[in-house]
Ligand binder design. Structure first.
Ligand code: ADP
Ligand code: ZN
Ligand code: MG
Length: 494
């Protein structure tokens, strides 16, 4: 029997509200002067009182609805008591018994991953151990920042699935505008619970922390699955512990054995009133109506509407800007009567134009910008207007420019933002399809390549291709290759 991996995730995400969760301090993740966004409330001074930030509550409800959760009608905050130097109050205000959102799901690779709960709490400060040799420092700018914690059921079964879940979640949160969910910046933090088992019953889980990217999450899980399998194979037991991910060693390491379970002594926060989620402050219908088109819906629409391959759709959905830009170009293309003309018009041409457009927009521009796949969002920000891009596509489609001419043109458009028409004129890029213009060069090619002409006459087809190449070279790539070919055949068969 194989060892089947099981993974459940606990994911923390900082919400991008203007102010902190329970005070008026600014929520500025990029503030790099330590301890500037602090006040007596988030510093836990005696006698101060917290105040609920309803913007944070709306954002978590929005996320919950987009993730198919039920929203609790009544919820309240609790104190989770523990001491740590990054937690000035000595307790964290959190939700334990009544998470705002519960029983949702997110579909990845056509599989439903159940979301057990999403609750709201406050972040702690940041401890810095590497600033000074003899003591650690604390920056409390982050203390009290709204944090959502999402817990999945143990429904994931591989590192790949976890990476996909994380990426889809990140994308949804960005579409919703509730967080940038940038893992390098600590705005999204993933903890993975991992076990392996040969039976229906789940094995003992190990919790892996310190994961700074989704790629590391996948690596950590793959490593841990292998390690646990080896432990069991050798007849030992997996111990219930917390491990970290060491990126340099590409291995997990023991952080602490989790034998003793914490007693957080949760009790209702006496300084905050209970919350009704459907009152004047938070209107569920209004929030539901404000959910934008989500990545999965956009994926389906792009498939139905544009018939693009899944790999292109993924790029356009993951890069929202790029997707938006692409759609602007398409709408320009639909009104092509206004921007130019098609040599053979008709509605059946649109899919071909769309395909060309995706290809140039994604692949060719990527080459020009020498971008990595994960850097593609930059393509959305370039200075070629959708109208000029559509014009460019129509000209390729009409064979006014050759494919090598198109490369040059696109590069120029990228650098100058100029209209295709001007660049084509300046650079002499227009393709020559006019037989009268081409015939002299064709005759010259025939005169200069006697051997190939003989080969062709003796039935060697590859000789014709060679001569087309010569004709292209003679016209500096501007000859329409089909026309050049026709003319060559015509002239040699005289
Ligand atoms: P605990 O009480 O130890 O915190 P929970 O039941 O609250 O455990 O689950 C915490 C997380 O661990 C959840 O994401 C859950 O899906 C996951 N999990 C629970 N049991 C297992 C297991 N045997 N293997 C992998 N993940 C698990
Ligand atoms: Zn404050
Ligand atoms: Mg738990």
């Amino acid at each position: 029997m194989e060892y089947r991996p099981t993974i459940g995730l606990e994911i923390h995400v900082e919400l991008n509200t203007k102010t902190k969760m329970f005070c008026g301090c600014k929520n500025e993740p990029d503030e790099n002067h330590p301890n500037t966004n602090i006040c007596p409330v988030c510093m836990g001074h005696p006698g101060t009182l917290p105040n609920i930030n309803f913007e944070a509550l709306k954002k978590i409800v929005l996320a919950g609805l987009a993730l198919n959760c039920e929203i609790a009608e009544n919820t309240f905050f609790e104190r989770k008591n523990y001491f740590y130097p990054d937690l000035p109050k000595g307790y964290q205000i959190s939700q334990f018994q009544s998470p705002t959102c519960a029983n949702g799901f997110l579909e990845i690779f056509g599989k439903r991953i159940r979301i057990r709960r999403i609750h709201l709490e406050e972040d702690a400060g940041k401890l810095m151990h590497d600033q000074n040799e003899c003591h650690s420092l604390v920056d409390y700018n982050r203390a009290g920042v709204p944090l959502m914690e999402l817990v999945t059921e143990p429904d994931l079964n591989s590192g790949d699935e976890v990476k996909e879940f994380g990426e889809q979640l990140q994308l949804i949160l960005r579409y919703l505008g509730v967080s940038d969910a940038n893992m390098e910046k600590g705005q999204m933090r993933v903890e993975a619970n991992i076990s392996v088992s040969q039976t229906e019953e789940l094995g003992t889980k190990v919790e892996v922390k310190n994961i700074n990217s989704l790629r590391f999450a996948r690596q950590a899980i793959d490593y841990e699955v292998k390690r646990q399998t080896e432990v069991l194979e050798s007849g030992q037991k997996v111990s219930h512990e917390t491990r970290g991910w060491d990126e340099k060693k590409q291995a997990t390491f023991l952080m602490r054995s989790k034998e003793e379970s914490h007693d957080y002594r949760y009790f209702p926060e006496p300084d905050l009133p209970p919350i009704k989620t459907n009152d004047s402050e938070i209107n569920l219908d209004k929030i539901r109506a404000s959910i934008p088109e989500l990545p999965s819906q956009k994926t389906n629409r792009f498939r139905d509407q544009y018939g693009l391959p899944d790999s292109d759709i993924r790029v356009l959905v993951f890069n929202r800007e790029l997707g938006g830009y692409f759609e602007e170009i398409i709408s320009e293309l639909k009104t092509w009567e206004n921007i130019g003309y098609l040599t053979n018009p008709g509605p059946e041409q649109l899919p071909k134009l769309i395909k060309l457009c995706a290809n140039y927009r994604i692949t060719e521009l990527q080459k020009i910008m020498t971008l990595q796949k994960n850097n593609l969002s930059e393509i959305g920000n370039i200075k070629i207007s959708p109208k000029n891009f559509a014009d460019f596509i129509v000209r390729i489609f009409n064979k006014e420019i050759s494919s090598s001419g198109a490369q040059t043109l696109l590069k120029q458009m990228f650098e100058t933002g100029d209209e295709p028409k001007n660049i084509i004129e300046q650079k002499g890029l227009s393709q020559i399809s006019n037989t009268e213009e081409l015939i002299a060069d064709i005759r010259r090619v025939i005169a200069e390549n006697k051997k190939s002409v003989d080969d062709y006459k003796n039935g060697k087809q590859s000789a014709l291709q060679f001569l087309v190449g010569k004709a292209m070279a003679k016209t500096k790539g501007r000859a329409n290759p089909q026309i050049a070919k026709q003319l060559l055949e015509q002239e040699m068969n005289i």
